[in-house]
Design a protein around this ligand. Structure first.
Ligand code: T1G
Length: 717
């Protein structure tokens, strides 16, 4: 009997418990253990019903993605075919009740749908997130879910990949009952009740009443494909899953399952699945930090201070309050404080409006945010996060002030996005307690947080900041203290290259369209306008100070700045804005670019989409290689996670470094050498890239080789 599946019989009900922490994945031994238990129940004279339940914090969260990863890379057989197991559950002569708590996801929900009844705890979730891994359900979910919830609802669950809550699952017909209190006891009672009812205990495969007909579903399938193209731009799996649903409507169950199997095999053999499975594990690996283990002490955070109630400060305050942390939000004057508090309420009201929050929850969170004009209460704070204007002397002044009032073990954090953490820490008597916690705007929306390690930052402080990021439901990535840290440091050459491309003949909209078609959420010129060209101008002045004589620098931005075209905030930047947000091509800017280039003697030509992508991405990859080589990021995969969760890089391309591996480092290196010859020094290949090409290595291999050093174990992915 598999160690991962336990069974017991309680007054005629066999309870099968899956025990495979942390998420009861269907790893080797689990399907086998369940199959054996079902067989035992079927034959057991004293058994009148079966309950299938998960131990620990969740029901089954799906197939073991590690096995899928092996298959996707042709390194192993992949996840087992669960057909026989599902059939044995469905055909079991005793009613099978599946009891769900936590998450029933992917293969976990498919297992549950093979059962005759599904009961759940009030906070249970159910979903088919396979498209998030570039695949489709592979355990007959695409055939059973439409039978239980109808075709349209099933398509929405498949294409969005989002989980639904227990009450919605009952409303749709997926769950039969919500059990308050002890789920196990409630499920056993329910199982005994249905057994005594004598059935029939219908098999899901036989429930065709919600399937409609190919004719009645034609419009639903078309709408589903439209939605997949809209919310899953450029992706394959979200369209393929609808093909499987189409099979569910048109074909007998077994044939539909065969069709599903064909599709999932094809998806697993594709680049999209490899990239998304990489992104899944990369996002989970970031929490593993060199020299920090589960034993490393972390400071408990009950109360936080936030200095500055501007856009970032208020967003950070909301994120803290959302996690139940009391927030002291400080500003220098009443008017600024009132503006900050008003924007907090406005943001929460829009969440209530979108039904993401109840009005009661909103008031609870706002009550946790306590506006302050002085530091009088900051002595009790466990962490103080500074989010004032991006100016070194102002930040040092603030750190000098909080150093005097904060308690001894209070973590002092700065939300700076570009400034030197060590210089800021130098303004205190306790640089070992200073860390960078770099949120991305809007802080209450963006998932990424860069945790910046200073030269003297204590590991408990790092561990505390990483744990806090997780508690705030953020993806915390540890980075080193270099200019622009990781995300912005790679963004600077990317922005510069884009500006050089328009000087040489492209237009902002041509560059942005190429990037958008590549899959990036927003083109670089539109991003620049959203962030504000005044910010871009300040960064450019900083950059210019570092340039050597003769180094090329972008020419047009300063002219836009002087013309007070600062982007969305002034209604015009690289684009014009009528509704404040939608970029409109502006011939005036294109003419300005042309004139500026001619005056600078820059030859103009038509530039291909391919060259735009190569120059914008290869310059980023080259900088990423430098960052890795200099040790400012632990893994290439961390850089991928930063760009996917913070910079709109398409996850189905795996992130810039994974993408580089798919293109081939030697091809990229050759192209960079050409750009170096054509455009100059700033295209000097990074030493690490050169070394990996020479050694015929990849960034993935670089990470694997380094993982032992980072986590003491051969692999974190
Ligand atoms: N397989 C293997 N490992 C998994 C896993 C899985 N399905 N899910 C989580 N882990 C690991 C994860 O890597 C991490 O490891 C630890 O568990 C905790 O995860 C046949 C083919 C369940 C909502 O897509 O969404 O079924 O880093 O940090 O934030 O049709 O994990 O500690 O070493 O994410 O509490 C479909 C994926 C698979 C669900 C919990 N299922 N998992 O979130 O913890 S495809 C999924 C999640 C499939 C079938 C198809 C989340 C979670 P480590 P965590 P969490």
């Amino acid at each position: 009997m598999s160690e991962l599946v336990k069974f017991s019989v309680e007054s005629g009900v066999e309870v099968i418990t899956v025990e495979n922490p942390p998420v009861n994945a269907l790893s080797p031994g689990v399907p086998e253990g369940i199959a054996e238990s079902i067989g035992r129940a079927a034959d057991g004279a004293s058994v009148r019903a079966v309950v299938l339940i998960g131990a620990g914090r969740t029901f089954v969260a799906g197939a073991d993605i590690k096995q899928l990863e092996e298959q996707a890379h042709g390194r192993g057989p992949g996840a087992p075919n669960l057909h026989q197991l599902l059939k044995s559950i469905e055909d079991c002569p005793k009613p099978v009740v599946v009891a769900i708590h936590g998450s029933a996801l992917g293969g976990g929900l498919e297992l549950a749908m093979a059962g005759h009844y599904r009961v759940a705890s009030p906070d249970a979730q159910a979903g088919q997130p396979e498209v998030n891994l570039g695949i489709i359900p592979g355990a007959e979910g695409s055939q059973r879910l439409p039978r239980l919830v109808g075709v349209a609802a099933a398509i929405e669950m498949f294409v969005s990949g989002k989980a639904i809550g227990a009450s919605e699952a009952v409303r749709l017909g997926l769950f039969d009952k919500i059990i308050e209190g002890d789920l196990r006891a409630g499920a056993v009672a329910f199982a005994r009740h249905v057994a005594e009812s004598g059935g029939p205990h219908r098999r899901t495969r036989d429930k065709t009443e919600k399937l409609g007909s190919p004719e009645s579903n034609a419009a639903i399938l078309d709408a589903g494909r439209e939605r997949a193209r809209k919310i899953r731009r450029n992706m394959i799996a979200p369209l393929r899953v609808i093909d499987a649903v189409e099979a569910a409507v048109a074909l007998p169950f077994e044939e539909g399952c065969r069709r599903e199997r064909e599709i999932v095999e094809k998806c697993l053999a594709g680049e999209e699945a490899r990239a998304l499975i990489h992104a899944f594990f990369a996002e989970r690996a970031v929490s593993k930090v060199r020299g920090i283990s589960k034993e490393t002490r972390t400071h408990s955070i009950r109360m936080a201070g936030v200095i500055g109630a501007g856009t970032m400060g208020t967003g950070i305050a909301m994120v803290l309050a959302n996690a139940g942390i009391t927030v002291l939000l400080k500003e220098t004057d009443q008017a600024a404080l009132d503006r900050g508090v008003a924007s907090v309420r406005k943001n929460y009201e829009s969440a209530v409006h979108k039904a993401r929050l109840t009005a009661h929850e909103m008031e609870e969170r706002i009550a946790l945010i306590q506006p302050q004009l002085t530091y009088s209460s900051f002595g009790d704070a466990d962490i103080i996060i500074e989010a004032v204007f991006e100016n070194m002397s102002l930040k040092k002044q603030v750190f000098g002030e909080i150093d005097k009032i904060a308690k001894g073990d209070c973590v002092l954090a700065t939300n700076t996005s570009t400034l030197d953490i060590d210089e800021i820490a130098g303004a205190t008597s306790r640089p070992h307690m200073v860390v960078g916690i770099h949120f991305f705007s809007p802080a209450h929306v963006m998932r990424l947080v860069e945790v910046v390690r200073g030269a003297r930052t204590d590991k408990e402080v790092i561990a505390t900041a990483m744990a806090l990021a997780k508690r705030l439901r953020k993806v915390g990535v540890l980075v080193g203290n270099c200019r622009g840290f990781v995300g912005n440091r790679m963004m600077l050459p990317y922005m510069r290259e884009a500006q050089f491309l328009v000087e040489e003949g492209s237009t902002p909209s041509q560059v942005d369209q190429a990037l958008y078609d590549f899959g990036i959420a927003m083109g670089i010129f539109a991003v620049d306008d959203m962030g504000g060209l005044d910010l871009g101008w300040r960064v450019l002045q900083d950059t210019k100070r570092l340039l050597k004589p003769g180094d090329r620098t972008p020419l047009v931005l300063e002219k836009l700045y002087d013309a007070h075209r600062w982007g969305q905030k002034t209604g015009a930047g690289w684009y014009r804005y009528e509704d404040g947000r939608t970029p409109i091509r502006d011939p005036e800017v294109e003419a300005l670019i042309e004139t500026t280039a001619e005056q600078a003697g820059i030859a103009r030509r038509s530039i291909s989409k391919e060259e735009i992508i190569e120059r914008c991405l290869y310059v980023m990859i080259n900088e990423g290689s430098r960052i890795l080589g200099e040790g400012f990021a632990q893994r290439a995969a961390d850089i991928d996670t930063i760009y996917i969760t913070g910079y709109g890089f398409p996850a189905y391309r795996g992130g810039p470094m994974w993408y580089a591996d798919t293109v081939g480092l030697s091809k990229i290196y050759e192209r960079i050498l050409e750009f170096h010859r054509e455009h100059g020094e700033y295209w000097t290949p990074a030493p690490l890239l050169e070394r990996l090409v020479r050694d015929r290595q990849t960034f993935a291999a670089f990470d694997a080789a380094n993982e032992q050093a980072v986590t003491g174990s051969p692999e974190s992915q």
